[in-house]
Write a protein that binds this ligand. Structure first.
Ligand code: ADP
Length: 586
């Protein structure tokens, strides 16, 4: 800035001093001319008086005043008659001189208004000042007295004084230049400070403050800037706190949140959203276009649709498929002064909810179906009996069927209740507190299962380790689990086969293994047998009196107690179910 102002100041200084110099030159010149004219006037008065007194206008060579003037000064005296002829001249021969009637000073004198005339004299070869007066001579004619002086003398004096003036002006110029340089620097210092301060603030250093407190406009400006910096610092602090809060909220929220600008460039995206969209969470996605991430996705198609809609309602809900996930999306517009400034998408993964809903629907349908068969059968036999069956053996057979179907119904309802109880328990479970002796309980269950086994001539061989520790397991559940697995092993084994039951410790685990020589389970059904009402073949299980819920109950029990179950089977050769329970749990 100083580089701009200083040359301008120098220019103004030069121009001022130049104008001053020219003015002084003219003024001094004027003064000198006045001074010379004054001399001429005095000489004119004296000589005019002398000529008029001595009446020697036409022969002035003996005039005392003229002689005296010639001797004592550099004045040139010329006498001219009214025709303009030169009568006498102190410097030249009057005879040889031109007619002077047209000289301005002569014309002025004749008109009665004598003025000075400055011009170059050819006869003298120098600048001269002339002044003339007209006199009434005794013979009635008019004579003109002209006194003139070379200006070269005065010009020398003028030049000298102007040279001096130039020296003074030069010093004045130098002093003024130095002083103005200092003054500009001094006055620009606060501007420099302010500029430095503004740069710091713009660079994000909100702690910087100005220390210019002079009681003037700059001081006021510094105070205002400091106030502004205070407010900026406060606002920035507030914003960064909000940002941190927002980041924590976005991170901790389970729903996916995406904010985009009107051209779909991402402004905010949280980890849940990245996970839902199945994109790399370690990459930087802010600034990228959402279309690049989801070029063909239905989420995007819906988005275009929703955002094309006008209207007051600013949030729309849609259910879309993203990959194999079902996602509920809330689409919101960010409006600012009737202008759409961007969009917000809130993504909620409802795959699990939809899956559970489907399972529940299937379950209800299955339950209805399972209940319908025995109820229809009971109803049919009761109606037949009411119509009257004479044969006692047939009647008893019908009673047996009704009893069997009723038992089936009871078992089905019991299993459904157990399952629903387990589901409720599971959601409110807080660790397993019961401890049991697994060997003791298992022996009891083998005894219970032996009744059915004997009917089919199946032998249950058990190998139960003697020194087994207590394990954390709900006794009632352990009973149910063992009974269901043993029941299945016997149910799905051919008569006169064997079932092996093993209970042993393997390091920190307890293993319950139930193996049979039955029909086995095909590979593709191994996972599915734990589903409710799943049967390997439609007839299998139902014929044997199973409800189709036994293994679903076992799976729930195992999960609720923190254990695992696996099945190993070869169709036609037999199946082995293994339950692994952690003995010590911390
Ligand atoms: P169910 O009450 O019908 O036995 P489960 O849930 O206990 O129902 O068993 C589901 C299906 O798994 C059965 O219908 C049967 O087809 C098959 N299954 C279970 N245990 C065995 C086993 N030990 N051997 C062969 N198949 C089995």
């Amino acid at each position: 800035m100083i580089k701009k102002i200083f040359p301008s100041v120098l220019l103004i200084l030069t121009a001022t001093l130049l104008v001053m110099g020219i003015f002084t030159y003219h003024n001094t010149k004027g003064l000198y001319y006045d001074f010379v004219e004054d001399g001429l006037n005095r000489a004119l008065t004296a000589i005019e008086g002398s000529i008029l007194d001595s009446e020697d206008f036409y022969d002035p060579s003996e005039n005392l005043m003229i002689r005296h003037t010639m001797e004592s000064s550099d004045y040139r005296i010329t006498l001219i008659d009214e025709e303009g002829r030169v009568v006498f001249d102190t410097d030249r021969d009057a005879e040889t001189m031109q007619n002077h009637a047209d000289r301005p000073e002569i014309l002025d004198a004749l008109s009665g208004n004598p003025t000075r005339s400055v011009r170059y004299s050819e006869s003298i070869g120098a600048d001269m000042m002339y002044k003339a007066v007209a006199m009434e001579l005794d013979d009635g004619s008019t004579g003109i007295l002209r006194v003139s002086m070379k200006l070269s003398l005065t010009r020398d004096i003028l030049t000298m004084s102007l040279r001096e003036l130039a020296v003074y002006l030069f010093f004045a110029f130098a002093a003024a230049a130095l002083f103005s340089r200092y003054l500009i620097g001094y006055m620009l210092r606060p501007v420099k400070d302010i500029s430095f301060f503004a740069k710091k603030i713009a660079g994000g250093d909100y702690e910087e403050r100005m220390s210019w407190y002079a009681n003037d406009e700059i001081g006021d400006l510094a105070t205002s800037l400091n106030d502004m910096a205070d407010r900026l610092e406060e606002t920035f602090q507030m914003l960064s706190n909000r940002n941190v809060e927002l980041e924590v909220i976005l991170k901790s929220i389970l729903d996916g949140i995406i904010a985009v600008d009107p051209t779909y460039h991402i402004k905010i995206i949280n980890n849940s959203a990245l996970q839902l969209l199945g994109v790399d969470p370690n990459r930087h996605w802010v600034g990228k276009n959402l279309r690049e991430i989801l070029p063909k996705d239905s989420l995007f198609r819906e988005m275009d649709d929703v955002y094309a809609k006008d209207g007051d309602e600013s949030v729309y809900y849609k259910e879309v498929k993203i990959g194999d996930k079902t996602v509920r999306v809330a689409y919101g517009k960010i409006n600012d002064n009737d202008q759409v400034n961007g969009y917000i998408l809130v993504l909620q993964d409802i795959t699990q909810i939809r899956r559970l809903e489907n399972i529940r629907k299937d379950f209800v349908a299955n339950v209805s179906h399972e209940l319908k068969t025995p109820i229809t059968s009971i109803k049919g036999f009761v109606e037949t009996l009411r119509e009257g069956v004479d044969d006692e053996a047939t009647r008893n057979h019908f009673y047996d069927i009704i009893e069997m179907e009723t038992q089936r119904l009871i078992e089905l309802v019991e299993d459904i209740l157990t399952l629903s109880f387990l589901e409720n328990e599971e959601s409110g479970r807080e660790g397993v507190e019961d401890r049991i002796h697994p060997g003791v309980v298992l022996r009891e269950m083998i005894q219970m299962a032996s009744k059915l086994a004997r009917e089919k001539d199946i032998r249950i061989e058990s190998q139960i380790q003697s020194d087994l520790p207590e394990i954390p397991f709900k006794e009632e559940y352990f009973r149910q689990m063992c009974l269901n697995l043993l029941d299945n092993a016997v149910k799905y084994s051919p008569p006169a086969s064997k079932v092996w039951v093993t209970l042993k410790r393997e390091e920190k685990y307890l293993k319950l293994i139930i193996a049979d020589q039955g029909m086995g389970i095909p590979e593709e059904a191994k996972e599915r047998i734990f589903e409710r009402f799943y049967r390997v073949e439609k007839g299998r299980g139902r014929k044997e009196g199973g409800t189709g819920l036994g293994l679903a109950i076992v799976k729930h029990i195992v999960q609720s107690q923190g254990a695992t179950i696996t099945v190993d089977s070869e169709p036609g050769k037999g199946s082995t179910f293994t339950v692994t329970i952690e003995i010590v749990r911390y």
